[in-house]
Design a protein around this ligand. Sequence first.
Ligand code: ATP
Ligand code: MG
Length: 180
Amino acid sequence: MMRVFLAIPLPETVRDQLSIVAQMLPVPRRVPPENLHLTLTFLGDASARDLEALHSALEGVQVPSFPIALRGLDVFGRDKPKSVHATIAPQPALTRLAGKVETAARRAGIEVAARKFVPHVTLARFRPAEVDVPRLERAIIDLAGVSAGPFDVTGFTLYQSHLGDGPPVYEVLAEYELRS
Ligand code: ATP
Ligand code: MG
């Protein structure tokens, strides 16, 4: 089985901007710049056969490209924060793409957890005990004005995530283009 997910890769300029923002956060570990991405659907463990069916289904996803922009920061975990992310300015085309990709995964027989799509780019992950929460909250308020983009989303990628000690390695398994 392979640990896989579908995500939008970010242009290098945007990753550079976000990694500068991440440097300003009082957190113990940041996502390495090359790993910054926008997850569309987390698929979890999938077999080679699942992935073949998924590949066929995804090749049928016909969506025009669209712009997105990053605006401000937020945390997951509220008063016990586990991660900090950049939020995405509302973009219905992005929500539609995530919906189509999720439907394609289900059609391919992959079980996808039913949860609301909250588009974000994770900048740092940690355990709540590892951060000074009031200090982190202040930093997030101070950085409320950060932005990156807009840039055109021209495709999405199927990644295999290799977990181990240290940051994961995301391997590109397949790339899907949006219509320009
Ligand atoms: P690590 O788990 O070592 O901190 P990571 O979260 O980047 O690294 P994965 O856990 O393989 O690596 O996750 C890959 C992508 O899928 C990340 O964007 C992650 O936020 C997202 N993801 C992981 N698990 C889930 C889940 N249960 N539901 C939704 N998204 C998830
Ligand atoms: Mg994870």
